[in-house]
Design a protein around this ligand. Structure first.
Ligand SMILES: NC(=O)C1=CN([C@@H]2O[C@H](COP(=O)(O)OP(=O)(O)OC[C@H]3O[C@@H](n4cnc5c(N)ncnc54)[C@H](OP(=O)(O)O)[C@@H]3O)[C@@H](O)[C@H]2O)C=CC1
Ligand SMILES: O=C(O)/C=C\C(=O)CC(=O)O
Length: 352
């Protein structure tokens, strides 16, 4: 048994179809009297539904959430919370909305209740990300971890099939890197393998039948487990590469994770055989890298960076940026091999 340290993070999770109906009692449980409801413009109707459930406990709605939490949006939301005398926030939507709630909590310490509608998993982590001047700054702070999470599979029924698949593989990426994390532990390993398996089982059904509530519940269960892993252990090459590609080249988040993951796993495979075996087992495959690639390719997800906006002439700079910071990774960062990883991901080549 490898030595480990495990510190459980506080979070209350309410899971089940219709759990949105418990919003008012759960926000009261946090001692919140005036909650600001956060959403993107596209999820305004859902936010209004949440505000109606809160009744007098709804201070108002801020519908300006945006991908990667632009610093100006964070400032506007914080100002709105102050104007309304909010003593808490409800973030209802995907990772972009949860990220806005985190930006408010980072400065104010206000309690956040998250109602996720994608599989990003941000609701289970103390990780924040705020973008300024084209650069995304991420960090970890206990203040941003949502106090309560309501997982209601019914709210994911409207998530488009293509976004569902890439958001689900974004979740798988958290767990996959968690299995070779330098600060991993047996509890997170168990959650990671179960989370990957739940998503691998359910995503094909979600794509074929987006209205299948049980498949949606399985996918959301997997996302919860994978997000919990992300919140407890450090990420490595895959996430650092995706932050580089997303932050510096403005590539779409979940799609970037989906494309890069097979190649990051192939890069680390020689240095993390046990983790790869567990990932492959969870995916019912023989090769972790190929099983992830096939899950994406067989379910209509993009497999090539060139298909989501990265140009061939960007690859050298992407490699340079990725090499700027050192961080724990099973295999040392070697420029030649890293550049080949990016070339394979750009072309969409199935890992050998
Ligand atoms: N800090 C952390 O621990 C983590 C942070 N993240 C961050 O979260 C962001 C990515 O999160 P992700 O959820 O993928 O992205 P978004 O929150 O941007 O949502 C992705 C897309 O799904 C749509 N959508 C969301 N919910 C529904 C729904 N119920 N019905 C229909 N459409 C829906 C959104 O539409 P619309 O825009 O209209 O809402 C959007 O087009 C990134 O900024 C990433 O960095 C991701 C994982 C972990
Ligand atoms: O990259 C991920 O999926 C996990 C962490 C982040 O996205 C950090 C953030 O931008 O909030």
């Amino acid at each position: 048994m490898k030595p480990f340290t495990y510190t459980a993070q506080p979070a209350r999770v309410v899971f089940g179809p219709g759990s949105l109906a418990r919003l008012d009692e759960e926000i009261e449980r946090l001692g919140v009297r005036r909650a600001l409801v956060l959403c993107t413009p596209g999820q305004r109707a859902l936010a209004e539904q949440a505000a109606a459930l809160l009744g007098a406990r709804a201070a108002g709605i801020f519908d300006g959430a945006a991908m990667h939490v632009p610093v100006e949006v964070a400032r506007q939301a914080r100002e709105r919370a102050r104007e309304l005398g909010a003593d808490g926030a409800v973030a209802i939507g995907g990772g972009s909305t949860t990220g806005l709630g985190k930006a408010i909590a980072l400065e104010s310490g206000l309690p956040i209740l998250a109602v996720p509608t994608t599989y990003a998993g941000s609701e289970m982590t103390p990780i924040y990300g705020i973008t300024e001047g084209g650069l995304k700054k991420t960090g970890r702070d206990a203040r941003v971890l949502p106090r309560t999470v309501l997982y209601d599979p019914q709210l994911t029924l409207g998530l488009p099939a293509d976004i569902s698949v890439t958001s689900g593989i974004n979740a798988i990426a958290h767990a996959a890197e968690g299995l070779y994390a330098s600060d991993g532990n047996p509890v997170m390993d168990l959650m990671a393998e179960e989370g990957i398996a739940a998503l691998a089982r359910s995503l094909p059904t979600v794509r074929a039948r987006p209205g299948d509530l049980e498949a949606r519940a399985q996918a959301l269960y997997g996302a919860w487990l994978c997000g919990t892993v992300l919140g407890h252990v450090g990420m490595a090459l895959h996430h650092k590469l995706c932050h580089t590609l997303g932050g510096s080249f403005d590539l779409p988040h979940a799609q970037t994770h989906t494309i890069v993951l097979p190649h990051a796993l192939a890069y680390n495979a020689p240095a993390a055989p046990e983790a790869m075996a567990r990932i492959a087992r969870a995916l019912a495959g023989t090769s972790a890298a190929q099983a992830v690639f096939d899950l994406a390719a067989n379910n209509g997800a993009p497999v090539a960076l060139r298909d989501i906006g990265l140009r061939a002439e960007d690859l050298d700079r992407a490699c340079d940026i990725a090499l700027q910071n050192q961080y724990p990774n099973p295999r040392p960062l070697e420029r030649g091999a890293l550049r080949q990883l990016l070339q394979d991901a750009w072309e969409g080549r199935r890992p050998a």
